[in-house]
Design a protein around this ligand. Sequence first.
Ligand code: FES
Length: 172
Amino acid sequence: MQPPSMYSKEIVNHFRNPRNVGRIRKANGIGKAGNLLCGDLMKLYLNVGLSKKGLKVIKDIKFETFGCIVAISNSSMLTTMVKGRTIEEAAAITKDDLVQKLGKPLPQIKLHCSLLAVDALHEAIYDYYAKAQLPIPEELEKEHQRIQKSLHTIEERHKEFVEFEEKLLKGP
Ligand code: FES
């Protein structure tokens, strides 16, 4: 079957053969992020260790994404971009870096999907700093506040939706 023309070959490739899917049992950094526009969720697991030079390096990374084609392919692509990199290099990756790697520009309506993977990565790095009791960079702290606010909103909406459904099921 031909890939839908709105997506690049890279996107279709990562969607069909996602890399680094799953969990890391003893992850030392775990991040969760949600997309405010659609409610999709992603969880990302990191295993950060020291390199021979004493740098904090992402030795392993895995993800679980409940989302669309773009969200899944972006998650996969991002894991391949940061595996083996230092956490400082990984934290500096932006949504635009990721979109560029995926080739053909995304349709406007799908641009928000790229943020999910980057947010989950930033949260996992934040979690690593917190667990290791290391000072958290200011920019990461700001990101963390924003991402947590979005997650809270998504959870509230989900709760309202479930309550609404339960009411409907009970009937008048
Ligand atoms: Fe939700 Fe793409 S539609 S992340």
